[in-house]
Design a protein around this ligand. Structure first.
Ligand code: HEM
Length: 405
């Protein structure tokens, strides 16, 4: 390995200030969206704390995730930590590695946690003063040595290096998996999950609310769009086939519950030029994002609607109500869907698409709901199964109508 420009940063990291644990308010109860379409806050919004550099750091991370095939990485476990080599032949990607490592090193020094779903990073940030770091920039990336005399911290460093390696190996797939895990952790995120599994002894420092500016929240949805609207999703989500299967009339009214960044809503809007698409989401960033997107793309038959958790009322009666990767987030489902019947036109249908139990994508298995359970629950809520499509590789696709079979 050639080291054209070698910069050695050897420092024992010290916590500049006590780590602020500025948790965003978390996901609302009731309807919360799964990874497929929205209704949860974007990756930036899911950060354990947000600050002025978060959007930049998030963009860098997303670039790395999306360029994972251009990354090379080796991890050596030292008795007290790790030595990692992360490089790329693409100069832009190499630069991104260096910028990320430099920024994260700075964050460790300043105690500014940057984390979405890792349960090892809180241990690392809480014990940053016990970590010795040597970061060496190479001409293609970075070599990072982090060690600690504290065995718990050394183990966290090794575990986090493994998390990074997973992201390098699997790219967006691993990132989606992490986001799903984050969803399952609930509003208090990795620290809450750690507390529950008693992996740490140190509680969150303070629960102050980060300033939530318009820009920050919008950039969260923007980053989210990269995940939800990733063209690779089309391969398994098959949006065109899904919409064809619903055989919509051009004047149909469609309600996309948990519309997120509009992955399905915009596609529906093209299929119902004389109709209307309501994209509902409980997450204000997503509502704002969809409204802007509809305007930008000239789709004036889309209405973005701020949904209230648990409130099943739609602005207008619909021909089709669809929930993509949302069903498993709906609380009090029987009541919710029973009430939803009042928002269906005569002959209206309810379509549920969600991850199968053995899908490689989707939330942790414990959070998934088998199609048999969906059928049983919706039968109790007064629906009858009318169609079952089997063409989606990772999801079931069920269509119901009010009434008994
Ligand atoms: C493909 C994606 C990613 C790559 C290539 C990458 C690369 C790296 C590298 C090389 C390090 C130095 C430590 C080590 O080698 O293990 C590091 C540290 C760090 N990364 Fe990332 N990372 C990625 C994704 C993420 C994500 C998604 C987050 C959080 C949202 C994150 C947050 C951090 C933090 C906080 C550190 C400092 C902790 C430490 O040095 O061990 N990284 N990353």
């Amino acid at each position: 390995m050639k080291h054209a420009a070698q910069i050695f940063i050897a420092t024992t990291l010290a916590l500049g200030s006590s780590a602020v644990f500025a948790q965003s308010p978390g996901m609302p109860s009731g309807m919360q969206h799964g990874m497929g379409g929205g209704m949860m806050r974007g990756p930036a919004g899911m950060l354990t704390s947000q600050d002025a550099n978060s959007p930049t750091d998030m963009r860098l991370v997303m670039d790395l995730v999306h360029n994972n095939t251009k990354l090379r990485r080796t991890v050596t476990h030292l008795p007290d930590g790790i030595k990692t080599v992360t490089e790329s032949d693409d100069p832009k990607v190499a630069q991104a590695i260096q910028a990320h490592v430099a920024s994260m090193s700075g964050r460790l020094k300043d105690g500014k946690e940057f984390n979405i779903f890792s349960t090892t990073l809180p241990v690392i940030f809480d014990n940053a003063d016990k970590i010795k770091s040597v970061v060496e920039m190479t001409d293609k990336g970075a070599i990072v040595n982090r060690t600690s005399a504290d065995a718990k911290v050394a183990a966290a460093l090794q575990a986090h290096a493994a998390e990074v390696s997973e992201l390098v190996q699997e790219g967006p797939t691993a990132f989606h998996r992490g986001l799903s895990a984050r969803m399952a952790m609930g509003p208090d995120g990795p620290r809450g999950a750690m507390k529950r599994t008693a992996q740490t002894t140190k509680p969150a420092v303070s629960a102050s609310q980060s300033p939530h500016t318009h820009d920050h929240s919008f950039s969260g949805a923007d980053q989210w769009a990269k995940v939800f609207d990733d063209p690779k999703r089309d391969a398994w989500q098959k949006p065109h086939e899904v919409i064809q299967a619903l055989k919509l009339k051009p004047d149909a009214v469609v309600a996309d519950i948990g519309s997120g960044t509009g992955y399905f809503s915009v596609r529906f809007a093209h299929m119902v030029p004389k109709g209307r698409v309501y994209g509902l989401d409980t997450e204000p960033d997503m509502v704002k994002y969809l409204a802007e997107r509809a305007k930008r793309e000239g789709l004036n038959n889309i209405t973005a609607v701020q949904a209230k958790p648990g409130d099943s009322r739609l602005p207008e009666k619909a021909d089709v109500v669809i929930l993509v990767d949302v069903y498993h987030h709906v609380e009090n489902r029987e009541l919710y869907f029973r009430q939803l019947q009042a928002s269906l036109k005569p002959g209206g249908r309810l379509a549920i698409i969600d991850f199968t139990m053995d899908s490689p994508q989707g939330p942790p298995k414990a959070a998934r709901i088998a199609p048999e359970q969906v059928k049983a629950e919706l039968q109790r809520a007064g629906y009858a199964l009318s169609e079952e499509h089997g063409f989606l590789p990772n999801q079931y696709f069920l269509v119901f109508r009010p009434g008994r079979t």
